[in-house]
Design a protein around this ligand. Structure first.
Ligand SMILES: [Zn+2]
Ligand SMILES: [Zn+2]
Length: 302
């Protein structure tokens, strides 16, 4: 949701000309609040309208954290404060006023107007501290167990390399198939003509059909792996880490979907679809050879 009344969303969309913006990337925007608590005070917000810390997705949390550290470095370099507070507030009771999650970076000096931000002294019993610790500890465990483990960027890169290797191999195999077919066709058609043997020419045509089928399968598989590549690169779907099964890139078939008739399931598995047969790397090459073959059959039959 992009809340139209949200002042931070307006800044993200550059609707507010008075804003002193200091940083912007595809996920995060950072700017000065209109009334800084201390000169150099910066707010960092995710571009997406997320009300508070509990609405952040793992990726957004990582982006927000990275930008926060970057801005802390920039503030130190540019403003040379004696210290720095990172303040992130959720809920009215915690003094959150704008309901778009944000991180405050507040440079600090001994004589600034902030004052102490912590209470002087509290008095909790040992048993209540113990209970609270056990509660949080077990909550962490169950949250971690239910969360999908994030995929490390270097693992994703490795996975993309593996898929790319398969794509390259398929396309090399397709070129190789064409390379093998040409001498076969030349030999069979040539002999058919000199020997006036139309069955030999027909045999050459059978070879053309077989190689076309082979090549179409390479192309189909190349396309499937390209799709898997894009799925992994955009992380548009969660796929098993390092999978080399292109089916993982497909939408899962719902359990209540009607089963295909057996012949269609068979055709789908073994026959490349029409767009493959009519593609530029299949149709012109093999159609030309088939027409040539038909001509040779006719000529060598008379
Ligand atoms: Zn917002
Ligand atoms: Zn705030």
């Amino acid at each position: 949701m992009t809340s139209t009344t949200c002042e931070f969303c307006a800044i993200v969309e550059r609707d507010d000309p008075d804003v002193r913006e200091v940083y912007r990337d595809e996920n995060v925007v950072a700017f000065f609040p209109t009334e800084p608590a201390v000169l150099g005070h910066v707010l960092v917000v995710p571009r997406r309208h997320v009300p508070d810390i509990w609405g952040l997705k793992p990726d957004e949390a990582a982006q927000l954290s990275r930008a926060t550290v970057l801005l802390a470095d920039a503030i130190r370099e540019a403003i040379h404060p004696e210290g720095l507070n990172v303040i992130q507030s959720n809920g009215e009771v915690a003094t959150q006023t704008v309901k778009h999650v944000h991180v405050h970076l507040v440079p600090r000096w001994g004589n600034d107007a902030m004052g102490p931000i912590w209470p002087a002294k509290t008095d909790y019993s040992e048993s209540s501290k113990e209970r609270a610790m056990l509660g949080v500890r077990s909550a962490v465990r169950h949250l971690q167990a239910s969360a999908e483990p994030p995929i490390a960027p270097e693992d994703r890169r490795k996975h993309l390399d593996y898929i790319q290797a398969v794509v390259t191999r398929q396309s090399a195999a397709s070129s190789a198939a064409k390379g093998w077919l040409l001498p076969i066709v030349t030999a069979t058609f040539g002999f058919a003509l000199t020997q006036h043997s139309w069955p030999l020419a027909a045999l050459g045509m059978v070879a053309v059909v077989l190689f076309a089928y082979l090549d179409a399968n390479y192309l189909r598989s190349e396309k499937q792996f390209r799709r898997l590549y894009n799925t992994v690169a955009r992380s548009s779907r969660q796929v098993p880490l390092f999978t080399l099964d292109p089916v993982d890139a497909d939408e899962p078939v719902p359990d209540d979907a009607p089963a295909l008739p057996r012949w269609r399931a068979f055709a789908r598995k073994y026959l490349p679809e029409r767009s493959i047969w009519t593609s530029w790397s299949i149709a012109p090459f093999y159609t030309a050879l088939l027409i040539l073959g038909a001509g040779v059959v006719v000529v060598s039959a008379i």
